[in-house]
Structures are given as C-alpha cells and as structure tokens.
Design a protein around this ligand. Structure first.
Ligand SMILES: CC(C)(COP(=O)(O)OP(=O)(O)OC[C@H]1O[C@@H](n2cnc3c(N)ncnc32)[C@H](O)[C@@H]1OP(=O)(O)O)[C@@H](O)C(=O)NCCC(=O)NCCS
Length: 421
C-alpha cells in the first residue's frame, strides 16, 4: 500500500489515541533482543503522534546472570535477600540508563523517574521469611507522573523502587506496570512478550478476548505457563480501570505499530466485555479506507464482486459496519430498488468469522429495509449460497430482480437468494 493511503487509514486511530496515556512493559529479555532498537523507533513514532508513553522494564535474566546462585522464588516471585539487593542496586540503574540513551538517540526526552511516587510495603511471604527486600506497591501518586507526561517527557521505571522514606525494594515489573497504568487510568497497558499473543488450540492467534473468556481458556488449558501470570496482571489492570491490555510480540518488527494502528492488529487485545463495545452503525467518511480494504480482500478471494473506489464512495450511505471496540470487523450494504432491496458486500474479516457477526449485520439491514416499507430483500452471491440458506433465504429466479441487476449478472453463474420480510 502507498504511504499516503496508509496514512489515511491510520487517521481514525491517531484521532482515537492522541493525548491518551499508554504504558509499555518490556521484559529484561526484550532489552537484549535485536528488535529492541525497532521498538525504540516505534516509540518515537507514537510519541510524535501525541500519545503519552510510560515505560516499565524488567530485568529477570540480567539479575539472574549476576547472582552467584539462583534466587529463592515463592509462587514465582523472587525473595530478594540483602546480598541480592546489593547486586540489583548496582545493576539496574545501568540498564535503565541504556534505555534512556536509546530514547535520546531518537530525540525523545526520557526521565528516569525518582521513585518516591510509590508507597511500597514488604511483600508477605509468611512468617518463615521475615527478612527480605521484595516489595509490593500499595499506591502510586499519579499527579507527578501526569505533569511529566504533559511536559512531553517519557518516564522510565525499573523494578527497583524506593518508598517515600528512600528505602529500596525489588518489585515484580509486571505488577509495577499494572499499578502505574491503574493510577494513571491509562488507555492501554501493552506487554511485550516473546510470542505473538494468545493462541488457540490450533495455534491460531486470538485477536480480541474478554476477561471472562480468559478464565474459560485457562480451564480448557489453552492458556498455560508464563502466559498465566501475564493475564492475571491484565485482569488486575482492567478491573482497576485500564481500558485495554495487549500482548504483542517483542521479537517482531513493527508489532507495536501494527497493534495500535491497524484493523487486524498483531497480538491479542484483552478487554472487559467485547459485547459492551460492539455495535452496528452506518458507515461514515472516515471508514472508507478500512471498508474498501475489506471489500478488496474479498474481491481478491473471489467472494465479492468488484466495486471501484468511486462507486463505494458515492454509495457510502448504503453501507453499515460492525465495530468491536471502535474497530471495523465487518460490513454490509443495502440498496433500494423501489419496493425491493438488495443486501450486498456482506463480509466479516477473517479473525472474526463464525462469531455471529454477519448474522447481526444481515438482521440489521433486514430490519432497516422493513422499516422503510420494503416487502422483500435479495442477495446475489457467487460462493456463499449456503450462508443465505441458513439465514432463511431461498434461491429465487433471476427474473424477479430489477432489470438493471438482471443485466449485471447475465452470463455469470451467480445465484440469487431472496426472503420476504
Ligand atoms: C460469509 C461470511 C460473511 C459469514 O460471516 P460470519 O460473521 O463468519 O458469519 P456468522 O458467524 O454470522 O454465521 C452465521 C451462520 O452462517 C454460517 N456460516 C458462516 N459462514 C458461512 C459460509 N461461508 N458458508 C456457509 N455457512 C456459513 C455459520 O456457521 C452460522 O451458522 P449458525 O448460526 O447455524 O451457527 C464470511 O464468511 C465472509 O466474510 N466470507 C467472505 C465474503 C462472502 O462470502 N460474503 C457473502 C457474499 S454474498
């Protein structure tokens, strides 16, 4: 796709996210990967588009590599001894500084945040472990952070935080990112992982998932291993008021930009309840780019007839789109021919098929047609007759169509399906 057209397509997303706060969490492993430089470049892009960014990094592998022996972990959380704390205190500032240096190379203004904005308590590992330096954040003071963001700065946090009295704790970086995102009521919390996102049992990416569905997937053992604590962190963030959490692949060039600015995304988006955020509405001008791409893909695959850009633009008022979380995932058109109407351009994007979206779109246009006094509706289809069968349509003779449409399909093997309303 040519750059100017691409820019038109991302415009709705830029409008949606500009001025909003996004918290990005990298693991220590991400920091060592080749793709990290690309992530830094992408942060400079989203910052230039007016998105306010907060960075949180982990340091698991770096800490482990510097300790003489493995740390004791309780429920996956490191119980940091005094000796380990000394190592962590000497190691982490260098790591955080290296991120800051990268960002400066991209002409950004990072700020390694003085962590006195936290209230931290010692984590309770039970009475057998009274002495350690693992902390748990109980409060984050948002206003100082917000004013830094308003000044165009990019705050960076490491899992070494001090409380109001200057006493240092080692905290879990995922938890840290969650607490910061909750305190800021961030629009998004994005975790960089080393996988594409949540995959179903056949290995296909799940693009959007609700908190409820996550519990089901866990019961079905679709989600396991390291993904479980990550998703618990997402759960805590969303119930705390963060709008969306995402898991994206930190190894894939452009994964962050694709997730934020494209229809299909690149990873998994987690939200409270997609049903709350989904609806059918009439298409408007801003939708043209995304809508036309859906049509083009289906023309290419042989499912829909070709429509020129001009034709779609001219008839945009006939189109309805299905949105999930402000993302267009399906479309349909309704064209009137006197007392009958044609349903056309029905399509659901591939990640979202078999979830009942086309059925809802079809019901919407049927209801609309009925309200306008239309007695019967028809569809001309190339390959999808069975779908219309299921939806209560029957194959009807071509000569019941308006003459102009009869002419259009002359000499083709297209079939006509109709339904009385
Ligand atoms: C056909 C299409 C729009 C269906 O979208 P969808 O959102 O997956 O459909 P739904 O989930 O609403 O399915 C509704 C019903 O139709 C069935 N169905 C879905 N796609 C079907 C297909 N291609 N063929 C036969 N039946 C299909 C579903 O199983 C479901 O049945 P159920 O209610 O008994 O469970 C989608 O596959 C698509 O975009 N295809 C390419 C474009 C196309 O062929 N458009 C129609 C041209 S006229």
């Amino acid at each position: 796709m040519k750059t100017p057209t691409l820019l038109r397509e991302v415009l709705p997303y830029i409008r949606k996210f500009s001025g909003k706060i996004i918290v990005l969490k990298f693991s220590g492993k991400n920091l060592e990967e080749e793709n990290f430089e690309n992530i830094m470049a992408d942060i400079s892009v989203i910052h230039a588009l007016g998105i306010r960014v907060v960075l949180v990094h982990g340091a698991g592998p770096q800490i482990e590599a510097s300790l003489p022996q493995h740390s004791l972990k309780i429920n996956g959380v490191r119980m940091t001894t005094s000796a380990e704390m000394e190592v962590i205190q000497s190691l982490l500032p260098n790591l955080t500084h290296s991120i800051s240096t990268h960002l400066r190379e991209w002409k950004l203004s990072p700020v390694i945040f003085p962590s006195k904005i936290f209230r931290v308590i010692q984590k309770d590992f039970g009475k057998d472990y009274p002495h350690h330096h693992t902390g748990e954040i109980t409060k984050v003071s948002g206003p100082t952070l917000i004013s830094a963001l308003e000044d165009g700065l990019i705050p960076i946090f490491s899992p070494l935080v001090s409380d109001e009295n200057g006493y240092f704790f080692n905290v879990n970086a995922d938890e840290l990112a969650v607490e910061i995102a909750v305190a800021l009521k961030a629009k998004k919390l994005i975790f960089f992982s080393d996988v594409q996102g949540i995959l179903d049992l056949s290995g296909n990416l799940i693009s959007v998932v609700s908190l409820k569905k996550i519990s089901e997937l866990q019961e079905q053992k679709v989600i396991s291993g390291g993904m479980i604590p990550k998703l618990h962190a997402c759960q805590r963030a969303i119930t705390g008021g963060v709008k969306r959490c995402h898991i994206v692949n930190g190894l894939q060039d452009g994964a962050l930009l694709t997730e934020l600015f494209t229809r299909d995304g690149s990873g998994t988006m987690i939200l409270e309840d997609p049903n709350v955020y989904q609806h059918v509405r009439m298409a408007h001008r801003d939708d043209f780019g995304v809508l036309y791409r859906i049509l083009e893909e289906n023309v290419r695959d042989g499912y829909l007839r070709y429509r020129s850009r001009e034709e779609v633009k001219e008839h945009l008022h006939e189109y309805f789109v299905f949105e999930i979380d402000e993302q267009i995932v399906g479309c349909v058109s309704l064209r009137y021919f006197g007392e009958i109407a044609e349903v056309g351009a029905l399509a659901t994007i591939s990640h979202f098929r078999t979830q009942g979206i086309a059925k809802i779109l079809l019901e919407k246009v049927e209801q609309k047609a009925k309200e306008s006094g239309i007695k019967s509706i028809f569809a001309v289809t190339i390959l999808t007759g069975q779908f219309f069968d299921i939806a209560g349509y029957q194959e009807i003779p071509r000569d019941t169509l308006p003459l102009s449409r009869q002419k259009d399909i002359q000499g083709t093997s297209k079939k006509v399906y109709g339904k009385n309303l």
